[in-house]
Design a protein around this ligand. Sequence first.
Ligand code: DX5
Ligand code: ZN
Length: 235
Amino acid sequence: MNQKQRTDELRNCAVKLAPSILSADFARLGEQVFEAEKAGADRIHVDVMDGHFVPNISFGATIVQSIRPVTSLPLEIHLMISDPDSFLEQFVQAGADSFLVHWEGNNNLYRTIRSIKQFEKPVGVVINPATPALVLQEILAEVDLVLVMTINPGFGSQHFLPMTLGKIRQVRRMIEEFNPDCELELDGGIDATTAPLGVTAGANVLAAGSAIFSHEDGVAAGMKHLQAAINRHEI
Ligand code: DX5
Ligand code: ZN
């Protein structure tokens, strides 16, 4: 099997990996995104933080513009900012492929979702650890993905919160009932130990930052380690 066949095979497996570049080495960002793609990443997760919505600042649309030419993978933009609506257009122009927007702090979430759809981009709704699954009830039919935060958003390298597992199972049940095509993504503290827990609970997409980009043997090794843990579980 050549490298391309192996990459395609990894990408087609049921659980999709979305490396989060928050933990990447920014001096070698293009190279690291390329390595993640080669190792079978399904999409690249881009965490945008404004220092208001979460107590940290990351980066904006120019980073999306910079990595756009180095990968053919979809770029999913996780907006952790107070006013997502005002920034959608610049991210679309920079090359964004989909958006993840929080339920929290958005008085007009449905308007935000409509705006994203007007750009013809898939949209996911994100809920924080303390937010109950039930808030999704009115909006579930309108979205392509639900992302359950498995840490408090704002920083990479935090520990997975086991209290979210019951909610992940609940969201999976809601998806099966109301929108079976909807994806269920987890974000935060995903590693070789927690990935199988999340998948067992019903997730089919895992965002992971430090487990991939801070792996001591490099990006490809980080990807492989996660894939092996998931595959062991799937068997
Ligand atoms: C944090 C971000 C995450 C972060 C996860 O708010 O949304 O995507 O990169 O990092 P790890 O996988 O290291 O917990
Ligand atoms: Zn994220």
